[in-house]
Design a protein around this ligand. Structure first.
Ligand SMILES: Cc1ncc(COP(=O)(O)OP(=O)(O)O)c(N)n1
Ligand SMILES: Cc1nc(C(=O)O)sc1CCOP(=O)(O)O
Ligand SMILES: [Mg+2]
Length: 560
C-alpha cells in the first residue's frame, strides 16, 4: 500500500511507527499467548515498503518532524448537534488520543441531552463524494463507522472502501441513541450483515445492537454475551467486542471480546454519572485511534476502555443541558485542572513496584517482569531500581514505558527525576528524604503523576500542598524489602488516609494473605496496595499478580 512508502521517510519516523509492533511481538512471554498483530498480511507489506522507503530516503533527506506522519482515522458517522456523540465525539476522542481525524457525515441530527428531535439523511451520492474526497487525497490508516442510516448509505460506504482499502475498519453498529431514539432501522440489517461486517476488523455492538443484529435475541448475562459474540463473529468481522454496559445487576462494566479463537472478559469500574452520552462512539474511535498508531487490537481496546473510564470519571459532575443524558468531556487534557482529573486514582488498585535484585535472583529482566505483572492485572508500575547504573536504568525504563503504554498502564520511576524525564515516564514516586514534591512538580510540570511516601498526617497534608497526586503509606507490615523501615500498622494507615483528600496506596509487607485486612479498614480514599516481594520475589510473576488481583477484586466494593 502506498500510504506508508510515501510517509515514513526517515528512520526516526519508522521507529516511532513500527517499533511498538516489533517490540510487542518480540517480547511476548512464554507464559502468555502471542496476540496476533492487526491484519498481519497488510502490516507485513507496510513494513517491507517502509523499509525500502527508509533505505532510499534516509541518506538524502534530513529528518523534518513537521513532515512526519500523524496517525489518521476517518470517521463515517452522523452529526450530533449537542456534540456528545457522533462525528463530534469522534473528533474529540481522536484529538484526545493524539491522532488526526477526518470526517464523512451520513446524517445531520438535531439532538441534545433530552433526545433526538430530528434526522436529516445525507444523499448517498454525497456520502460517496465526501468519502472519495478524503480517502483519495489523505493517508487514512483506519476507518471507523458509526451511524449509517440507510441501506443505500451502507452500500456506498462498502463500495468506496473496496475501492480505497485501509488498514482496518472499526464498525460501531449505531442503531439507537442513548435516549432510545432510532438512528438506523431494520432496513439496513441485511446489507449491514452481508456487506459491511465481512470487511470489519472489529465490530463493537452494545447489547441492544448485538440483539438487533442477531434478530432480537435476549442478552442478559455474560454467558449470553459470549454466545452473541460467537454468532456475530460468524457473520464475518475478524473480531467482536460486545459491550455489556447495560447488563443488569453487574457491579463492573464487562465487555466480551472474541477473536474467533479465544474469549476475553474486559472489566472496568462502573462510574455513576448522567454524562455517558457518546461513550460508544468514543470507545470505537479511541480503538481506531490506537490501531492507527500501530498497536495490536487487544492493547488498543484496553487503552480505549481506560480512556473512556477516565473521561467518564473526569466528567461525572459536569452539567451541560437539562436532559437525562449529558455528554462526556473528552478534552480533559486541555484543562488547567487536568492534573487532578488525568490521574485516575483507580490505577492504584494493584501497584507493582519492581526490584532488580529479586528479578535477577529469579533470572528475569525488568521488562519481562513488568510484562508479566501487567498481564496478571497490575494497574500501575513503579521502577524501583536502587542499584542500577544510570544508563542501564534509563534504557530499561524506556522499554518499560513502551510496554506499559501499549497496555494503558502508567509507569512511574522511583526517586530518579532525571530518569523519569529522560524516558518520558508518567511520573515519579518520592519519599521524605528524596527531592521535595513541590520541586518535583516544578521540574515535571502539571501533567505528570507524583506520589509521595507518608507515615504521618502532617506529611500527608504537606503532600497535598506540594501538588502530589497520591500518597504511598507504609510500612503497613514489617518488610525485608526496605531496610530499617518504620511500621505504621493498619491504624497508622487509617490515620494518614483520614488526614488527606488524596488517594492512598498501602505498602509494606502486603501480599495475598493480608490484602483483605488492609482494604477492610474502610476508608474511601484507600485505593489499593503496592507490592514488591509478593510479586517479584516469586518464581512466576504472572501467577502471583493474578492471585493478588483476584483477592483485590473481592475487596472492590470496599475500595469504591
Ligand atoms: C507506592 C510507594 N510508596 C512508598 C514508597 C517508598 O518510597 P521512599 O519512601 O522514597 O522509599 P524508597 O522506595 O525510595 O526506598 C514507594 N517506593 N512506593
Ligand atoms: C518500597 C517500600 N516503601 C515502604 C514504605 O513504608 O514506604 S515499604 C517498602 C517495601 C515494600 O516491599 P514489600 O512489598 O516487599 O514489603
Ligand atoms: Mg525514595
Amino acid at each position: 500500500m502506498a500510504i506508508i512508502s510515501l510517509t515514513l521517510s526517515t528512520p526516526s519516523t519508522f521507529n516511532k511507527t513500527f517499533l511498538p509492533l516489533h517490540t510487542y511481538q518480540a517480547t511476548q512471554q512464554g507464559c502468555q499467548k502471542s496476540e496476533p498483530l492487526l491484519n498481519s498480511r497488510i502490516n507485513k507489506n507496510y513494513r517491507t515498503q517502509a523499509t525500502v522507503a527508509m533505505k532510499e530516503s534516509s541518506a538524502s533527506t534530513p529528518y523534518d518532524p513537521s513532515k512526519s506522519k500523524i496517525p489518521h482515522v476517518l470517521t463515517i458517522a452522523g452529526s450530533d448537534s449537542g456534540a456528545g456523540a457522533g462525528i463530534q465525539a469522534d473528533l474529540k476522542a481522536c484529538a484526545a488520543r493524539g491522532v488526526y481525524c477526518s470526517t464523512v457525515i451520513t446524517a445531520l441530527t438535531a439532538q441534545n441531552t433530552v433526545g433526538v428531535q430530528g434526522v436529516n439523511i445525507v444523499p448517498e451520492d454525497f456520502v460517496a463524494e465526501q468519502l472519495k474526497s478524503v480517502i483519495s487525497d489523505m493517508q487514512v490508516d483506519v476507518v471507523k463507522t458509526g451511524m449509517l442510516p440507510s441501506a443505500g448509505i451502507v452500500k456506498v460506504v462498502c463500495q468506496s472502501l473496496k475501492e480505497f482499502p485501509v488498514r482496518a475498519i472499526v464498525v460501531d453498529p449505531v442503531m439507537v441513541s442513548t435516549s432510545g431514539d432510532v438512528l438506523a432501522g431494520p432496513s439496513i440489517l441485511s446489507v449491514f450483515r452481508e456487506e459491511l461486517l465481512p470487511m470489519a476488523e472489529i465490530l463493537t455492538p452494545n447489547l441492544k445492537e448485538a440483539s438487533a443484529l442477531l434478530g432480537a435475541v435476549q442478552l442478559q448475562t455474560v454467558a449470553d454475551m459470549r454466545s452473541a459474540a460467537k454468532l456475530l463473529h460468524n457473520m464475518g468481522p475478524r473480531n467482536v467486542l460486545v459491550k455489556g454496559g447495560d447488563l443488569p445487576d453487574s457491579m463492573d462494566a464487562v465487555d466480551v471480546f472474541f477473536n474467533g479463537e479465544e474469549f476475553y472478559e474486559l472489566r472496568s469500574s462502573r462510574i455513576k454519572t448522567r454524562n455517558s452520552h457518546g461513550t460508544g462512539c468514543t470507545l470505537a474511535s479511541s480503538i481506531a485511534a490506537e490501531l492507527a498508531k500501530g498497536f495490536p487490537l487487544l492493547s488498543a481496546i484496553k487503552v480505549a476502555k481506560r480512556f473512556v473510564e477516565t473521561a467518564l470519571d473526569y466528567s461525572k459532575d459536569v452539567i451541560i443541558g437539562n436532559g437525562p443524558q449529558g455528554p462526556l468531556d473528552h478534552l480533559l487534557r486541555l484543562k488547567s485542572s487536568y492534573r487532578q482529573g488525568a490521574f485516575n486514582p483507580n490505577h492504584l488498585f494493584l501497584y507493582a513496584v519492581t526490584d532488580s535484585g529479586m528479578n535477577k535472583k529469579w533470572g528475569r529482566s525488568i521488562t519481562d517482569a513488568v510484562k508479566a505483572a501487567i498481564e496478571g492485572g497490575a494497574t500501575i508500575v513503579q521502577l524501583r531500581e536502587k542499584d542500577a547504573e544510570t544508563r542501564d536504568f534509563m534504557e530499561a525504563a524506556k522499554a518499560c514505558v513502551e510496554i506499559c503504554h501499549s497496555h494503558g498502564v502508567p509507569l512511574l520511576i522511583n526517586d530518579r527525576i532525571d530518569v523519569a524525564l529522560a524516558c518520558d515516564a508518567d511520573g515519579v514516586h518520592v519519599g521524605q528524604s528524596d527531592m521535595p514534591a513541590s520541586v518535583v512538580r516544578t521540574l515535571l510540570g502539571p501533567e505528570k503523576i507524583i506520589g509521595v511516601s507518608c507515615k504521618t498526617p502532617e506529611q500527608a497534608q504537606q503532600a497535598w500542598i506540594d501538588g502530589a497526586d497520591y500518597i504511598g503509606c507504609g510500612g503497613v507490615y514489617p518488610t525485608n524489602t526496605k531496610a530499617n523501615n518504620l511500621t505504621v500498622g493498619l491504624e497508622g494507615l487509617k490515620t494518614v488516609c483520614l488526614a488527606s483528600k488524596l488517594p492512598v496506596v498501602a505498602i509494606g509487607g502486603i501480599g495475598v494473605s493480608n490484602t483483605h485486612a488492609v482494604m477492610e479498614i474502610g476508608v474511601p480514599n484507600l485505593k489499593g496496595v503496592a507490592v514488591v516481594s509478593a510479586l517479584f520475589d516469586r518464581e512466576c510473576v504472572l501467577t502471583e499478580t493474578r492471585k493478588l488481583h483476584a483477592v483485590l477484586k473481592e475487596t472492590a466494593p470496599m475500595v469504591k
